[in-house]
Write a protein that binds this ligand. Sequence first.
Ligand SMILES: Nc1nc2c(ncn2[C@@H]2O[C@H](COP(=O)(O)OP(=O)(O)OP(=O)(O)O)[C@@H](O)[C@H]2O)c(=O)[nH]1
Ligand SMILES: [Mg+2]
Ligand SMILES: [Zn+2]
Length: 356
Amino acid sequence: MNLEDIGFNSKIQAYLREERIEREELGRVIIEHKERYIVQTEEGALNAEITGNLRFSAESRLDFPAVGDWVKLAVFDHNSAVILGILPRTSILERQAVGRTGDRQIIATNVDFAFIMQAVGHDFNLNRLERYLSICYASKIEPIILLSKIDLISEEERKEQVSKIKNRLQDVPVIGISNESMEGIKKIQETIEKGKTYCILGSSGVGKSSLSNNLLQQEQMKVSSISDQTNKGRHTTSHRELFVLENGGVIIDTPGMREIGMTDRNQSVELTFEHIVELAQECKFNNCSHISEKGCAILEALDNGEIEEAAYENFQKLKREQSRFESSVREKREKDKKLGKLYKRIQEDKRKRKFQ
Ligand SMILES: Nc1nc2c(ncn2[C@@H]2O[C@H](COP(=O)(O)OP(=O)(O)OP(=O)(O)O)[C@@H](O)[C@H]2O)c(=O)[nH]1
Ligand SMILES: [Mg+2]
Ligand SMILES: [Zn+2]
């Protein structure tokens, strides 16, 4: 396998030249298991760990390698290496770490497109689609919505669901697919460009790994069997994994996500609700709260159906979530600062006592 197959491009090439990194020292993280990594290099896949230095200087999860990262390696033998550093990321797909306000979790990095997958039926949810869009736009990742399991509904029902998506999320492409009848799979294959990275996102059980296998044309990823499905809440895929398609596209399969909490990435929510943000600029007063003001463009648009009530509510909810994240990051930083000062004082006291 050569590096171009896994997404190597002229931008990375330029970086290598600038930093005097040899091609042989470069790899891409394809699997992550709790601080142990599998890294694809031109010579093959290697088991890798990070250096103590990298771990020690890491300030947050963002400083650890993630699936999709390009990393500089020290290669020891045929199958092991140490990760010395992470190359600058072109994009970071991240969410709020589950149950830990103010902490983030990287889903994948250096992603160009996201396949956001929802199955017809219970899983279908426009508010959740807007969450996914926001985490994509946060990092300039282009979303493509996949409506899966269309074999389970009629043609008419499918048209209805697609138009629901189109009405709410005007400019995002939607592809209906079935891993059973294979409808739409060819369309996805045609969409995939060589050297670009596609991350598949969605709840557990929507068919992400089934799609991965169909694109790979082999059973690479474990798929839940029908009997497993009665076992609700069970996740079949437990880690993120990157693999290369025959035509050169790169796919990242991910475990199903139940929550997609907003982090503080700039503009993410605004870009998803661009039409609402634009309208708000037409309000008569600059500081319009869009609650009862005369000449409020938002209230008017809600009245005449130009904006869906549900979309507006979701917009506000995501913004609130984002500011909660921001303030908890700020609080943490202040706490750390206070702790730092306290620590310094204790050290000084100790020193003084020594000399007394
Ligand atoms: N009818 C129908 N069933 C599907 C389709 N795609 C997947 N399935 C079934 O749905 C179940 C879950 O599929 P997976 O591919 O494991 O789902 P996943 O999204 O990878 O799930 P996690 O790994 O838990 O996140 C399996 O039993 C599949 O056979 C489809 O297009 N139509
Ligand atoms: Mg899976
Ligand atoms: Zn207003």
